[in-house]
Design a protein. Structure first.
Length: 510
């Protein structure tokens, strides 16, 4: 039996396949945002081989973050047979709504905490764990030959405000062969702040923005965070206005589960005559996702628009690999005259991922034979070897595999190097959740334009006229000398190909 790690080399795009003969269980179906902004790529999703796609029978989803479920609609299109989709109650409800929006008619089964689900050759149990989603499940998986534990995303601490780690239950699992363990913050050595510290940090931020209209952005799935923001807003005399579908659904759910003061918030934009100092707007998109509410509000593509003098609290930290969209959105807001507060200014976020010490706690409770770190980069996977050694797991038992690799789960796991393929997508302009796949040809041409420039040909009075855009100096000089002799765009293209490597692209304007 084997484990395939799909997706992208750095982070995001969590998607793993546990396979035994003809039965494959897919663990999560995530996407990764912004792989190559230069080429207009907004996100990428794992591409399965034919062999992989034909054997997937079940997809188990741990929680509703995009880097764990965002690729589901795109992956379903790759599977010849409709798989069973299984998730915990809250995640299942969120996924059903999203698939409905994408007009994909597939049932999603609910499996409650500690309930068992069966596939042809496996059975697995959902184990609730603390994380910055409204619900997060780890998976304990039994196969005919091996026992595996897939951590999903989790906090190994009990003070983060995300709930308690079910230490007692984890201790009870006997002889787990392989632990798949998230490594996003494996390199964080110091203890993390607590929920009380977070409340204090958010309050300091709100006080600093006194008098301004305030926008707060957080994960919509982080119900505890939304509850805290609403309570603090009330404490400083502000009323909350909840924008965007995901945030509205989340607040309504939080109202049901967390007993929030219902008079403290309203769905929809603030009234025109509301005093700025009394307004707090809540919107999703604190990772800088280009199609989320915050990004559209700052860019001005939203019913409410960011304006000079506003204050913005980014109640998040960028997940590794996502720094660029996060900081470019912060910069865009600042250029508009918005005062921005991030995790660097005040304690306005507590991560949903385990520190190094917490990962050790998880390893000590589960006592696995082998550990395969996932999520996070090569460096953090390497740190996991040290963490393992500190809690009695020799470093050779921490298996470092990259996405795209296959790990053969024999007595001693062996890594077969692979190169994971991904499909690249670009969001359609102005259309949320509508994206088109970029073919290899389009990406090659865009890369060529980026690297070698473009020669534009347009009709002049009596002859064709050429203009060079972003070409090398020698190309520009050559085109200036010979451009007037072109017979046709094809002739020019051919001549450039013969002379320059790489040749610039040629475009004929009508
Ligand atoms: Zn997550």
């Amino acid at each position: 039996m084997h484990l395939d790690l799909l997706g992208n080399p750095s982070s995001g795009g969590n998607c793993y396949l546990v396979s035994d003969r003809r039965d494959t269980l897919m663990l999560d179906a995530g996407l990764a945002w912004s792989q190559d902004r230069d080429l207009g790529v907004d996100f990428s999703v794992p591409r399965l081989t034919t062999e992989q796609a034909e054997t997937v029978q079940t997809v188990a989803l741990t929680h509703s973050h995009e880097d764990h479920v965002g690729a589901l609609p795109y992956i379903l299109r790759q599977l010849p047979r409709g798989p069973r989709i299984v998730a915990g109650p809250v995640t299942a409800a969120i996924i059903r709504a999203r698939l409905g929006e994408a007009r994909i008619d597939v049932p999603v089964e609910t499996v409650g905490p500690y309930e068992w689900a069966m596939t042809e050759r496996f059975r697995f149990q959902m184990v609730p764990v603390p994380h910055s989603a409204s619900e997060s499940m780890a998976l304990y998986i039994e196969t005919p030959k091996k026992r595996l534990f897939y951590s999903g995303d989790l906090r190994g601490s009990d003070e983060s405000g995300y709930g308690r780690l079910p230490a007692q239950s984890l201790r009870q699992y006997k002889s787990i062969d392989v632990l798949l363990l998230e490594a996003v913050r494996a390199d964080v050595d110091e203890p993390d702040p607590t929920l009380a510290d977070l409340k204090e940090g958010l309050l300091l931020a709100l006080r600093r923005l006194a008098g301004r209209r305030v926008i707060v952005s957080a994960f919509a799935s982080n119900l505890t965070r939304l509850q805290i923001v609403i309570e603090l807003a009330q404490a400083v005399g502000r009323h909350c206005y909840v924008l965007g579908r995901s945030m509205r659904n989340a607040v309504e759910m939080a109202q049901e589960f967390e007993r929030m003061p219902s008079h403290a918030w309203t769905i929809g934009p603030p009234p025109r005559d509301a005093a700025d100092s009394k307004v707090l707007i809540m919107v999703a998109g604190a990772q800088g996702e280009p199609d989320a509410g915050l990004s559209r509000l700052i860019r001005g593509h939203y019913p409410v628009q960011a304006r000079r003098g506003d204050g913005l609290i980014m109640s998040s930290t960028p997940i590794p690999g996502n720094e660029e969209p996060f900081w470019s959105l912060v910069e865009m807001a600042m250029r508009k005259g918005v005062e921005v507060i991030t995790y660097r200014d005040y304690l306005v976020h507590i991560s949903g991922h385990s520190t190094g010490q917490e990962l050790q706690r998880v390893m000590k409770l589960i006592r696995p034979g082998w550990v395969i770190p996932f999520h996070g980069d090569y460096y953090r996977h390497a740190v996991m070897r040290e963490l393992g050694a500190r809690c009695g797991i020799p470093s050779e038992r921490i298996v470092q595999a990259a996405n795209g690799d296959r790990v053969l789960l024999d007595d001693k796991p062996r890594v077969i190097k692979g190169n994971g393929s991904v499909d690249y997508y670009q969001l359609a302009k102005g259309k949320q959740r509508s994206a088109s796949r970029l073919s290899e040809t389009v990406l090659d041409e865009r890369a060529r334009i980026r690297d070698a420039g473009l020669v534009v040909i347009r009709p002049g009075r009596n002859r064709l006229v050429t203009d060079c855009m972003d070409c090398r100096a020698d190309v520009t000089a050559w085109v200036e000398r010979h451009g007037r002799d072109i017979g046709s765009p094809d002739d020019l293209s051919l001549a450039l190909k013969r002379r320059f490597r790489p040749p610039p692209a040629v475009v004929l304007l009508a």
